[in-house]
Design a protein around this ligand. Structure first.
Ligand SMILES: [Zn+2]
Ligand SMILES: [Zn+2]
Length: 284
């Protein structure tokens, strides 16, 4: 179990490596391009080469890319879906160039159409992206907090999407804050076991390939996506100890997306907090 964090890739993806090292992260997540803008420039081979040598020097674990927040494959707006497919393709291409573990993206909203109505189109879009970007990079659907019409707050919905897509490059990223907000109590052993059993039944545990490790500013089932620093929120340090001691997470990389002590994003105190818990539960 590696402890990583989201870091900035400003100035070139290779610069993310030193930033991760600086806070003690063992692996990291980055945006391949600005997450709130459609534009995406391909990563030049020179930059990728520099990135690879930096990764080797630092001995970093698997990198994941976070897809753009704008991606909305379940939208009824055909133009928005087309833009989303292009953006996701660009993220997958970047992941392939970097040799990343995969791209994590939000299933986003069905915009009032209902989940069932969008499954086939959503799956067709994902297949189109995967077909146009061959390689072994994973495409990971992220669990959602369940606000409004957002898809993927239940493991059943994610399982349905995964089967509809039917490609073995599709996997899942579990965000601890999102599943908590969606009503899965991962903080105590019994309820975590129930949640993991449900994940296994609905999706398949082998498809759990990454974790976003975030505490929660809001209570269980709030449906609100609001991350907190590790140990400062409703999940708490004890809750993370429960999660990290479960064998479902044994070999899964954890990526922090917390506000940070100075509100500047994941930092050393949060990395250290998770490392300390990992040592406590003997999951290192
Ligand atoms: Zn996310
Ligand atoms: Zn979130």
């Amino acid at each position: 179990m590696l402890i990583g964090a989201h870091v900035s890739a400003a100035g070139g993806t290779f610069k993310a490596v030193a930033r991760a090292e600086e806070i003690g992260a063992e692996c990291f997540q980055i945006f391949a391009s600005s997450p709130r803008m459609w534009s995406a420039k391909p990563i030049p081979e020179k930059v990728a080469e520099k990135y690879r040598s930096e990764m080797e020097r630092a001995g970093m674990g698997p990198t994941v890319l976070h897809g753009k927040y704008l991606i909305a494959l379940g939208s009824p707006d055909a133009e928005l879906v087309a833009k989303s497919e292009t953006a996701l393709r660009a993220d997958m291409a970047a992941a392939n160039i970097l040799g990343a573990l995969g791209v994590i993206f939000h299933p986003a909203s069905h915009r009032g159409q209902g989940f069932d109505a969008v499954v086939d189109r959503f799956a067709a879009s994902v297949r189109k992206v995967l077909d146009s970007e061959p390689g072994d990079t994973l495409l990971m659907l992220e669990t959602s907090a369940g606000a409004g019409d957002h898809i993927g707050s239940s493991f059943a919905e994610l399982g349905t999407l995964v089967r509809a897509i039917g490609d073995d490059r599709v996997a899942v990223c579990l965000d601890t804050q999102h599943v908590w907000a969606a009503g899965y109590d991962i903080s105590s052993t019994d309820t975590l076991n129930t949640a993991i059993d449900e994940f296994d039944r609905e999706i398949g545990l082998d498809l759990l390939r990454s974790v976003h490790a975030n505490d929660s500013m809001r209570g269980l089932g709030s449906a609100v996506d609001r991350h907190d620093n590790i140990g400062e929120g409703f999940i708490g340090a004890a809750g993370f100890a429960t999660v990290m001691s479960h064998e479902a997470f044994k070999d899964i990389p954890f990526y922090l997306e917390v506000p940070g002590t100075n509100k500047s994003g994941p930092d050393r105190p949060n990395v250290d907090a998770l490392k300390k818990i990992r040592t406590q539960v003997g999951a290192g």
